[in-house]
Design a protein around this ligand. Structure first.
Ligand code: PBG
Length: 327
């Protein structure tokens, strides 16, 4: 007789759910939100069907929608009306993200947890993530700017900052500047292992942040490398990061697992614009079932070791968990 029958624990939904190894919660989902300077704006992002840019006066529409689905965490990106070489609109106290945060916090207070993306690429006229020296992004020159951006977000009311620039030493710099200003309780979620990726394509349309020359390979990571992700993660952990992020997610499941195993910090994964748009558009074209593909790919990210997921599908995933289709 056969002793080993794997199918015994797959016979019906009850037993399948009992032996499930990966459990999901909507509490771990963060929804990325694009804020555009101006008023009365709800502009569809064509590269990301179903996603919109909102001006601060209309941002309550999308936040209400999030809360209805049980999503109470957002990460904010800003689209300023003007750009310059030093990204002034990234740290001006009345700039788009700062005024957006104040608006959101006035209306919702602690009902919504506000994370901000700290970077310069949406605010510089050259589209790079830092200050240029000749044609190169100057790491050390950029650090004080990043610290200034992070501090301005926190002063406006942000609950957490998430630097995505990939400059060396930025976590240390941001941590010290927040602490000196009395914000030692504000956590930093570091984009620790951020790869130079074609999957950011739709985002760069959404945020108008494509570099005007060259690419980001001199600061974002080379996708051939795995151990380097551990190196980067340990750097950031040692500098005081509270959460480590891997980005993108789907082509980087091995990296998520590696980072999970090399630290005791919570691990976040960012399922980026290209991942969203691929599934969305393949679904629209009738090539695959959008909902089922979303469910399967989401679970794979958690199965790899993610504790937290940043995703444009946050609301749909929360619904899927509630229905019991996943989690
Ligand atoms: C940089 C930043 C980017 C994303 C998040 N933060 C773009 C980039 O590095 O080019 C990408 C997010 C996505 O593709 O969904 N500010």
């Amino acid at each position: 007789s056969m002793m080993n029958r794997g199918r015994r624990t797959r016979r019906n939904e009850n037993v399948r759910r009992m032996v499930r190894e990966t459990r999901l919660s909507k509490d771990s989902l963060i929804y990325p939100l694009f804020l555009e300077e101006g008023s009365d704006i709800k502009a569809h992002i064509d590269a990301m069907p179903g996603q919109y840019r909102y001006s601060p006066d209309r941002v309550h529409e999308i936040i209400d929608e999030c809360l209805e689905h049980g999503i109470n965490k957002v990460i904010l990106f800003g689209i300023p009306a003007s750009k310059d070489s030093v990204g002034t609109q990234a740290y001006d106290e009345d700039a788009i993200v700062q005024s957006g945060i104040r608006k959101i916090k006035e209306e919702y207070g602690d009902d919504i947890y506000v994370v901000t993306d700290v970077c310069m690429c949406e605010y510089t006229d050259h589209g790079h993530c830092g200050i240029l020296n000749d044609k190169e992004v100057d790491n050390d020159l950029t650090l004080p700017y990043l610290a200034k951006i992070a501090l301005s977000h926190v002063e406006a009311g942000a609950d957490m900052v998430a630097p995505s620039d990939m400059m060396d030493g930025r976590i240390d710099k941001i941590r010290k500047s927040l602490d000196e200003a009395g914000y030692n309780n504000i956590p930093i979620m570091s984009y620790a292992a951020k790869y130079a990726s074609a999957f950011y394509g739709p985002f760069r349309d959404a945020a108008d942040s494509a570099p005007s020359f060259g690419d980001r390979r001199a600061y974002q990571m080379d996708y051939h490398n795995r151990r380097e992700a551990i190196k980067e993660s340990l750097f950031d952990a040692n500098e005081g990061a509270d959460i480590l992020m891997v980005k993108p997610a789907l082509s980087y499941l091995d990296i998520i697992r590696d980072v999970k195993e090399c630290t005791n910090l919570p691990v976040a994964a960012y399922s980026v614009s290209g991942e969203y748009s691929m599934i969305k558009n393949a679904g629209k074209a009738g090539l695959l079932d959008e909902y089922k593909t979303m469910c399967e790919s989401t679970v794979s990210i958690y199965r790899a070791g993610a504790d937290i997921l940043l995703t444009y599908y946050a609301m749909e995933i929360a619904d899927a968990i509630k229905r019991g289709d996943i989690g």
